[in-house]
Structures are given as structure tokens and as C-alpha cells.
Design a binder for this molecule. Structure first.
Ligand code: UDP
Ligand code: MG
Length: 329
């Protein structure tokens, strides 16, 4: 069991998109947790909270600036527009890792229980480079969200996408792990499938995911579905293989049907063939459409990858009082 030689500097990274109602609540909660952890000597006193304002249209940036006046260990990073949750997390991590030994990413709405941060750091001290926050229950989620999530994880396992079930983006990553993550060049970011690819010693902590404390969800059904499709198609080519299998099967059935038709004709039993004709047209037409659209999705991915657009653009940052950083030896 490895124990770290140095008290780590922790950076808490929060992506925030239109979170003016809840930001102040979570910041004061995190400040208290930070004080407790410093007292226990689990993290250094210059640990910090970094909030990424993902192009909010409400007063989020103003709240960050106001809070900065009473919390010198707060860093604000403002993106030039809304880049989405995953890119905001990456922006926060790439900025935060310049200063911290370990980063913990968590949602700004207090759904990720900050009381397990302590346990995450203990696991880091025991040698883990990545510690996943895993929901022990989804009782607070709606029936639909609970079951659609379950179906999604089942499908991912079936399609060979390696993910930790019931883990979203609440996780601790050491500097080593974050640096490895930032080396991945992809534009289609789906962190919960990218992080398990990194390897390293990992661990899990379990927590009850609470209700959003204020404000509204930024993931309506449409966004959730496109996130799920994106996740699968960015990490697995299994759908193409399945379609190939289906195509082969349908072709074999068609082959048998052709032989049967020739046989019927030879013995002079020529039926009008209306139903088989219609079935063939519809079946093959449908399969063709599905196949083409799946291939289209992958071509779309290649399209976004080759463009190599930056994933985020930082417009401005708050003055940082956290300086004189000594990286871990
Ligand atoms: N978020 C973001 N950019 C977006 C959408 C969401 O930074 O475009 C942040 C949001 O402020 C929150 C986290 O991502 O901190 C998770 O979003 P939300 O709580 O709305 O998702 P849900 O918990 O409903 O799935
Ligand atoms: Mg939420």
C-alpha cells in the first residue's frame, strides 16, 4: 500500500451553466469541507475551487466574482460561449492541473454529495490515481431516468464500451491521470468512457445522489439521448459489426427465397407474389436505411475529428492568488 509523501493540493472543479441560484450554496458548503480537510491535514491550505462558467446567460459569472471577494481560494474561468458539460470539465481540468496535485470534478447543483470528498482523498493517499464516485441509489431520480440509465449501461456493456455503471463525472484524478487524459486527442469527448481507458490504480466510493438543490436540469431528454448516442458511437464500432451480421443474415434469407421462387416456377406454380415482394421491399429498404444512417454517424465523427477545432475557448479568468506551485516530485 502506497502512502503519499506530501499533503496534496486539491482543486475542486465545477462546471456551471446558468447556475446562479445554486452556486453560492455549493461554494459555501465546499469552503467548509475544505476547511475540515485542511484541519485533518488531508489537503494543503492552498487547495482551491475552480468554477468554469460555460457561457451562462444568467448571473453565474457575477456570482463567481462576488464570491471571489470573500473566498480567495476561488478561481473563475469563463468560456467564450456554451461548449457543453464535457468540454467545460476538460477546460476546468486543463486549467486546474496547472496548480493542483489532485482534481475532483463535481456538478454545481450539489447532486454529487461533497461529503464523500474526504473518502476519495483517503483512497488517493492509499495509492489510487483515479477514484470514481458511484451512486449507490437512484431513488431520487424519476422512474424514466432510472430505467433509461439502466438500459444505457446494459447496452454499453453489450457493445463493448467500458464504463463504470452509475458513475457520472464525479471523480478524483491525480495529476498523473489528468495529464494522461489530456493527451487523448479526440474531439468527441465522453469522459466516463475515456477515463477507464487510461488504466492506473483505481478505486470507487459510493454515495447517495441527492436532488438538485436549486435551478433546473440542463439535460432535457433530447440532450440526454444525443449524449448517449454520442457516447456509444465515439467508443464502439460494434454497431457496424452487428449491422454486417444482420446484412449477412438477410442476404442468406433472400438467397433461400430466390431458390424457393425458382423451384416454384419450375414446377409451374407461379403465384402473383404480392406479399413476398412487399415484405422484401420494406425489409430491405428499412435495413438499408438503418445501415446507411449508422455509417453516416461514424462519418460525422470522422468529420468532427478531422476539423480539429479547439474544444473550448477561455474568454477571461479571475486573478489567481494561488501561486508558487511546486509540482509533486
Ligand atoms: N453544465 C455545463 N454546461 C452545459 C450543461 C450543463 O457546464 O451545457 C453543467 C451544469 O451546470 C451542472 C452539470 O453540468 O453543473 C450537470 O448538469 P445538470 O445538473 O443540469 O444535469 P443532470 O444532473 O440533470 O443530468
Ligand atoms: Mg444535476
Amino acid at each position: 500500500m502506497l502512502s503519499r509523501s506530501k499533503t496534496p493540493r486539491l482543486g475542486l472543479v465545477l462546471p456551471a451553466y446558468n447556475e446562479q441560484e445554486v452556486l453560492q450554496i455549493i461554494l459555501s458548503k465546499l469552503k467548509q469541507i475544505k476547511l475540515d480537510l485542511v484541519r485533518e491535514n488531508l489537503i494543503s491550505n492552498d487547495s482551491f475551487i475552480l468554477v468554469v462558467d460555460d457561457g451562462s446567460q444568467d448571473g453565474t459569472w457575477q456570482v463567481i466574482q462576488d464570491q471571489k471577494l470573500i473566498n480567495s481560494n476561488l478561481i473563475g474561468v469563463k468560456l467564450s460561449r456554451n461548449f457543453g458539460h464535457q468540454s467545460a470539465l476538460l477546460a476546468g481540468m486543463s486549467e486546474g492541473i496547472k496548480l493542483a496535485d489532485i482534481l475532483i470534478t463535481l456538478d454545481a447543483d450539489l447532486q454529487d454529495n461533497p461529503n464523500v470528498i474526504r473518502e476519495m482523498i483517503v483512497k488517493y493517499n492509499e495509492g489510487s490515481e483515479i477514484v470514481y464516485g458511484v451512486r449507490s441509489s437512484r431513488a431520487d431520480d424519476t422512474w424514466f431516468k432510472r430505467n433509461s440509465a439502466l438500459a444505457f449501461y446494459k447496452m454499453c456493456t453489450f457493445l463493448g464500451v467500458d464504463m463504470i455503471p452509475n458513475h457520472a463525472d464525479f471523480r478524483l484524478m491525480s495529476q498523473t491521470a489528468v495529464k494522461a487524459l489530456l493527451k487523448l486527442p479526440e474531439r468527441n469527448v465522453f469522459l466516463r468512457a475515456m477515463v477507464p481507458l487510461l488504466g492506473f490504480q483505481t478505486d470507487k466510493v459510493f454515495y447517495e445522489r441527492g436532488k438538485r438543490q436549486a435551478g433546473t436540469s440542463k439535460y432535457p431528454l433530447k440532450k440526454m439521448l444525443s449524449f448517449a448516442i454520442d457516447g456509444i458511437t465515439s467508443f464502439s464500432v460494434q454497431p457496424i459489426r452487428l449491422l454486417f451480421g444482420l446484412g449477412m443474415f438477410v442476404t442468406s434469407v433472400a438467397g433461400i427465397e430466390i431458390m424457393y421462387t425458382i423451384f416454384e416456377k419450375m414446377i409451374g406454380n407461379t403465384e402473383a407474389g404480392w406479399s413476398s415482394l412487399m415484405i422484401s421491399i420494406w425489409l430491405l429498404g428499412g435495413i438499408n436505411l438503418v445501415a446507411i444512417s449508422v455509417i453516416g454517424i461514424y462519418i460525422g465523427k470522422i468529420f468532427t475529428e478531422v476539423k480539429h477545432r479547439p474544444l473550448f475557448e477561455i474568454e477571461t479568468k479571475t486573478e489567481s492568488s494561488i501561486k508558487n506551485y511546486q509540482p509533486e516530485k
